[in-house]
Design a protein around this ligand. Sequence first.
Ligand code: NAD
Length: 499
Amino acid sequence: MEELSHYLDGALVKGTSGRFADVYNPATGEVQAKCPLASADEVAKAVDIAAAAQPAWAATNPQRRARVMMEFVRLLNRDMDKLAEALSREHGKTIPDAKGDVQRGLEVVEYCIGAPQMLKGEYTDSAGPGIDMYSMKQPLGVTAGITPFNFPAMIPMWMFAPAVVCGNAFILKPSERDPSVPLMLAALMEEAGLPKGILQVVNGDKEAVDALLDHPVVQSIGFVGSTPIAEYIYGRGCSNGKRVQCFGGAKNHMIVMPDADMDQAADALVGAGYGAAGERCMAISVAVPVGDETADRLIEKLVPRIEKLKVGPYTAGDDVDYGPVVTSAAKQNILGLIQSGIDQGAELVVDGRDFSLQGYEDGFFVGPHLFDRVTPDMDIYKKEIFGPVLSTVRAGSYEEAIKLAMDHEYGNGTAIFTRDGDAARDFANRINIGMVGVNVPIPVPLAYHTFGGWKKSVFGDLNQHGPDAFKFYTRTKTVTSRWPSGIKEGGEFNFKAMD
Ligand code: NAD
């Protein structure tokens, strides 16, 4: 069995803690690799290496740093097939979906090529008599990020590309479920010209995360994952004086108005609800048809589409719509929530519980499920299921529908399907959710905008990628200079307005 490594100071390095996590092939259920779980000492070593390498990298001019990103984009395209295969093998998602995972990360790397422009400061000539004022955006130093299993290429790139192009060193602690692609990305960054020690990968679990949170040299922590861990990391990181941004779980509602194109809405729901086996933080997990007649028409359109979904291993190629979920524990959790939905009175319209795939009986496959007549007090409504399960909550009116989405504790994404511009506009304006789609089910903003939810889907203020990433990974220093004349004309001792 393969023993995976860390990536430290430009080399693959075996773990020394003696602790490992199993990495599965979710399609077969077999353990295919062992992932080392770093000790606090191993983390401290990575921090020392990063701290030693970072000043020279920060002193490298921004254009040269951007050129590393340019070359990295070329290498990502060169190795796209290899990366997608490694990603699917550990995560389970289909190959086209795995390529999408790499692609949406790559687009943020492309955005980072604009770093020389983004890092320009502001300048005020003659802010006072003989006085100029300017600001600089300086890197933080050693930064770190902790990422989830569901986008093992995209989310690490969303963090390390802006961190590194701003002149920081970055330590990535990826998910221990699928660590191979992050290791490959670190090696590719070095091939692209990044100096050793600037991007390192430390594999691990809570012990490694806590070591990063408590290390005084680490200046910032980025986190993406489930809400309880996001809350924990935000609290501990902030109380240690770090800059922290944490993105958590989701329960994304799609409102379907009576005037919506019902075929379009049903197609959108099937893709957004079941794609990647529902393991996306922007998956639609709640459909909210407005009015019983809308609900009946929607369900009628959804059922045949869901029953046609092809579930299988990524190796089956284009013949598969979605693959297995990530672990047996994830599968058991999803099945447990489905049972709770039945017990609490929801109507299971499409029942995928007896799904089984010949030759893959030990794989972590979950058939598609559709619930109707779900109510807000049920666990399947309150909790993030993170599986191929779509819940329908019937709303009596538009006001009731918008209130449902607004009252839910999560606020990552949402969508409205309608032909009425006024309803769409009202929805976009009033809703207390960070990313909104109008006839678009998964409104993931592009690289040059920013990504982030509201409410319990986020802890911190700045969003991911776009201009916010350059703010998160730099700090501003403002210089007031009187030059060349000044002291020689006599000192000033009062704190004065510059007029
Ligand atoms: P997770 O919270 O279990 O793990 C995320 C990371 O935290 C991993 O690297 C893991 O090793 C680490 N971790 C786990 N337990 C820890 C602990 N007790 N202390 C410290 N670190 C710990 O999440 P996951 O299952 O990998 O990912 C799925 C979750 O991520 C879902 O809730 C999903 O909605 C969320 N997600 C959110 C976004 C977003 O942008 N809001 C994007 C993708 C995924």
